[in-house]
Design a binder for this molecule. Structure first.
Ligand code: TTP
Ligand code: MG
Length: 363
């Protein structure tokens, strides 16, 4: 890809009241009502998140559920349904990937995009962000907020400024002034402890932070000092790092005593393959290739692989291949100290390889 000169175009997308919004979408009777997702109010659990209707009562993420109950006894308390949230997370990821491959997810509901090289909408990051929001609503029925700026730090701040259903742009001209006026506690990456430490040093706002030298900040905050020195000036060079789809997943174990019985070895391999199949199902992936790893008692390592024309379905499908691959080693003749299984040629359940090439203009 050609290098782009000039400021980068970074978008930060963050879903609004994410878990609670999914619950309100799926259960219309919860709409317009205070909804708290997390541990039950009579447990030691905490609030994962709550609807905007519940925030009016002062309920917040990470607060004990018992406290949330005291603040709003008539709120609807729900246990999280992660599978539903993961599904939405996949949908929004797919939407973002139609604009650029440079998508860095931060959590299920949040991601950075670098759209510097994206030519849709004449390269207008604001229009791209608006279109992403529109498609998210169309596909998932949920609202997202977007922040647009020239680096990750400011894009993240921007996405919070117009929530919910927001779209906020911080231009290169506005960036430094923006940071000056911000309390340091609002800076992403400055947690409660650092905020308190800064306050003790008399650093309350971005302006205070900017007034301190790199030496002083490094002295107090070590390596992070440089980052603080930069962000105080509205600068942040951190690249958007796309998440690499996994190429394989594996399990292995070293035994306390070396194995010499092939039946025992197959039983161990079966357990590992079962665990991998469970992980695949959870990630909605399928696998078509299998690798067996064997380390003999003399530490020599051998691998044997096999690729099938269609994905494995279940353990019964995998076991004959494992037995076949094991038969191609000297296991049993030689004692074995480690066995491992890995699956590769992974695809999403819809049959698409995980290394998909996304067409920037495919929609
Ligand atoms: P956030 O994006 O921080 O919060 P949110 O989407 O619920 O609300 P906002 O409109 O302010 O963005 O987190 C996303 C999800 O992550 C949230 O819906 C639930 C989960 N979460 C927790 O489980 N525990 C937490 O402490 C936080 C902050 C979030
Ligand atoms: Mg959110």
């Amino acid at each position: 890809m050609a290098e782009i000169s000039g400021p980068r175009k970074i978008i930060h997308i963050d879903m609004d009241a994410f878990f609670a919004a999914v619950e309100q979408r799926d259960f219309p009777e919860y709409r317009n009502r205070p909804v708290v997702v997390g541990g039950p109010p009579d447990s030691r659990g905490v609030v994962s998140t709550c609807s905007y209707e519940a925030r009016v009562f002062g309920i917040r993420s990470a607060m004990p559920s018992s406290q949330a109950y005291r603040l709003c006894p008539h709120a609807i308390f729900l246990r999280p349904r992660f599978e539903a949230y993961r599904e939405v997370s996949r949908q929004i990821r797919q939407i973002m990937l139609t604009f650029t491959e440079r998508v860095e997810p931060l959590s299920l509901d949040e991601a950075y995009l670098d759209v510097s090289a994206c030519q849709a909408y004449q390269g207008s990051a604001t229009l791209i962000a608006r279109e992403i929001k529109r498609r998210i609503r169309e596909t998932t029925g949920l609202s997202a907020s977007a922040g647009v700026s020239y680096n990750k730090f400011l894009a993240k701040i921007a996405s919070d400024l117009d929530k919910p259903d927001g779209l906020y742009l911080i231009t290169p001209e506005q960036g430094p002034g923006f940071v000056e006026n911000l309390p340091v506690g609002r800076f992403h990456g400055i947690g409660k402890a650092t905020e308190a430490k800064m306050q003790a040093l008399g650093i309350l706002t971005g302006k205070d932070l900017k007034a301190r030298s790199l030496e002083e900040l490094s002295l107090h905050f070590g390596k992070a000092g440089r980052h603080y020195h930069q962000i105080a000036r509205g600068l942040d060079e951190r690249p958007v790092v796309p998440s690499r789809p996994r190429k394989s997943m594996g399990e292995e174990s070293t035994f306390q005593t070396d194995l010499d019985d092939k039946v025992e070895m197959l039983a161990r391999l079966e357990t590992m393959a079962g665990e991998l199949l469970r992980q695949l199902a959870q990630k909605r992936l399928t696998a078509r290739a299998l690798t067996l790893k064997v380390r003999y008692e003399n530490f020599v390592l051998v691998t044997r692989s096999k690729t099938l024309s269609r994905p494995f379905f279940d353990l019964a499908d995998v076991i004959p291949h494992l037995a076949e691959l094991l038969g191609k080693t000297e296991a049993g003749t030689r004692r074995v100290r480690l066995l491992g299984v890995s699956f590769s040629a992974l695809s999403e359940e819809d049959g698409q390889p995980t290394f998909r090439q996304y067409d920037l203009f495919s929609l």
